[in-house]
Design a protein around this ligand. Sequence first.
Ligand code: SF4
Length: 863
Amino acid sequence: MARMNLRDRLTGRAGFAVLAELTGGPGFSFEPIEEFLGAYQQAASGGTGAIPAGFDLAGITLPQSPGGVANIEPGSVISVLQAKGLLEGLDVVPHVTCKDMNADAIVSSLMSLRKMGVRNVLALTGDKPVKAQGVFELESLGLLRLIKRINQDAYLQARPQSLADVHQFFAGAAVSPFKYSEASQMQQYYKMGKKIACGAEFLIAQVGWDWRKSLELFTYMRENVLTVPVIGNVYLLSTLTPAPRLMHDIKLPGCFVSDDLLAKVNAERVDDHLERAAQQVAVYKAMGAAGVDLGGVHNFELFTRILQRAAEIGPNWEQFKDNLHWPPRVRIDDCGVRISGPETDPKSEIRNPRSQEVFYLYDESGARAGLSTPRPTFRKRFFDFTHRAILDPEHSGFHAFQKTMAVLGADKGKGAVYKLFNSSEKSFKYLLFECEECGDCFLPENFSLCTIGGCEKGMDNAPCGDATVDGRCGNNLDRICIGERIYQAAASEDLKSQISDARGRARLRATINKPRNPALEHTSSILNYLFAKDHTMKAPLIAIGEAIHASIPKTGKIMKQLHDLGPGAYTTVSEPLEYIKALIETQADEGANYIAVNLDAFAEDNPQQAVDMMIEYVRLVRKWGHGAPICLDSSNDNVLIAGLKEWYASESQISNLKSQIRRPPLINSVKVYTMDKMLPLKKDYDFSFIGLLVSEDKPAGPGGSHSVDELYGLAKQIYERAVGQYGFRPEQIFFDSTVFPLAIDMPMEPGVPGYTYRTFETIRKIKGDPAMKGVHCSLGISNSVRDLPARKIGVCRAYVAKAMEYSLDAGIVNTSHQYGSVEPPAELLDLVAAYAQLDGSTERMSKAMELMGQFCRENRKSS
Ligand code: SF4
């Protein structure tokens, strides 16, 4: 029988998976790992049954420089083990961390792992390097998103007939339930949710010795419908190694051993240590974990003894509760204040004055604890006030400030005023916010706190898992963990609310910060924000993602493969469905405002098939579009209507999501001759629409084509009917004056303007009409480059840039090209400009022909 891989084992909950966490020995030695696996392979080949029934040794995990101390690379370990045949029958889960690699280096490392056939990875922020400079350009969320993108690209680049061979990483993440301040613990749970949203498909718990906390994790996940498999972490805490002392003394950040537990371990024999580890394995198995990651034991015989004992204990672990419950102690000080703290070491256990309780989210009866509502700090109030006064676009102060700085020339990013402002901003923000001049400021997202200056790792999304039990930074005990402070600031926004997770905490729970833009470092973050150069920059174009179009040969083929799978095709995991998922998710991640679906190629033979398929695709966009509404794109009104109805029928799927997800869908398209059929649907189903400026009437313009005035007249008719009769708002209307390929945009007779000229001038006329204020203009950009020999993306960029000069503000586009944000090459801009000015004069016609001729000569592909 074929061996089951870790993904199938965990997601299918097939048995109880055991992973062995193996690290190199002193002096960068591979020996401990090789010895362990050698013993395992011997036992497996001899059929000795060393692993008890009910437990499967599924694989090994390989930490990367654990504790921030340089060690052998997991990638090298894997190649050595593969060469020696020691990984036979086992999965491998290398840790991938952000501590000593920038984003590019991580990609390279993942590519090497892919080449080796590695499928599972544990994505971690990583420990702060002890001696070297930490990198942390990404942290766990950024890393998970990166892996997800690699997975999506692998599908998108595959040939339709090779989808089954596409490599996919199965990415896991860490979570710690072993935090004892409310802020640290809730931040861990919030971040766990964010990790899952960013692509974590399984979780491995942090190490800890408190069954109530282990149970808390499972209860929280159930309560919040987080269904990914969890692997419990079991560590052989034994005096055989210095680990108990190091964990107790906060020398291994994130791992906590209480005074009492250390004393107990020191007084015990190794057999007692093995017994506790076995009890922990039994706890996780009984609580519903998909497996355990068993570390701290490189001796295969001891490893199997732990499992055998766990098998004996079975579900009867509760008799050992006391041996598995080692929270920090809480004591009452001389003044009667309830505090926690050790009698022995004033640096250990709970010293953070904000954190005076040992926090459990659920009491022993399972009832949820209330959450605190601290008062906002002076800094928070000051930040909120100034931000509202001069940096909130909703208030007039923002516009006055922006105008003043623009008049002074500070918007250019250079000059005396800019330099003066930048230097004062730096000292002011350093004093108040520990600002480190990243230039791409996330203080508003982080509730007035800086995660660069205020965090030892300078993470985009705090916290990591290193905080001590009382919420101090495990890497600098003089500091309260920034994650703790952010939580307190967020919770202070809930002061007036009776609902414990409302407002601030809800925002914190949903906020995932993007990586900062490194190009902005040391520039003025306030001016970058004011003039939209930082991460708050809005895309210049409303992007309608065009990738799901059945007439694109590869996509159409895969859509057909998917449809041919028959009943359940759109709900059961398959390679074609994964491909479509990747198409939807990547467009959403690239900022698509709408995700278009066009199935007209299927309607040619069977119109009903296109209707049925559109219903399925509406559901898929709902599910994977991250809130971007669908653009129902069809020349068949029945397909449009079926899709629109399904959009609202499937609304219940997203009832718990944010309001932006409720943005109405877009219909492409409505024409003057279909508007009285389509627009009345607004009464029951709200939608925006693209008004396509085509007519069944004979064109009356020069050369037998529609003139700019005629096209504008069509827009007027649609506008008046939509707004005046059917209650659409102007911003719900997108006019499309249609695109003609530049390569063949040559009027047949003199005096006739070119197509592009009419397209652009119509946009200008519509947008310049005060009576239609608020409407959008959109074009299907890719049509412009049909039949060009090369440089199609560059020409599209130039086409968009030129059309934007005429006030185009939306487009059906390939979202990955970020049109409107990247400067097009000057010569391509000149080429498009020549067509935009093709008003019928001979002189302009010659100019356009000359530029097109030159373009084709320079770019003709050699045959
Ligand atoms: S401040 Fe918090 S998030 Fe930053 S390194 Fe320390 S423990 Fe981790």
